[in-house]
Design a binder for this molecule. Structure first.
Ligand SMILES: [Zn+2]
Length: 75
């Protein structure tokens, strides 16, 4: 799945939105097709997704060096 800048003149897929799409989400067959969204709707979608998937810093693969060093000292 990928989010790309929309290069065509298409309407936003959000129900009731009359803006032109700024970005589209390509699903490459993962879901049935592509979704096109304007920036405002995509930001709204992002805000909703952020409520579901809160990134947890402790599980991050890219820990800052100071955190790794501190952990080694604790053991
Ligand atoms: Zn929209």
């Amino acid at each position: 799945m990928k989010v790309e800048k929309c290069r065509h003149t298409v309407k936003c897929d959000a129900d009731g939105c009359k803006n032109l799409a700024d970005y589209y989400i390509t699903t490459r067959g993962f879901i049935k097709n592509e979704f096109a969204f304007c920036e405002a709707c995509l930001k709204e979608l992002y805000a909703e997704l952020a409520k579901l998937f809160v990134p947890r810093a402790i599980e991050s693969h890219f820990k800052p060096d100071r955190v790794v060093k501190r952990r080694k000292n604790e053991k």
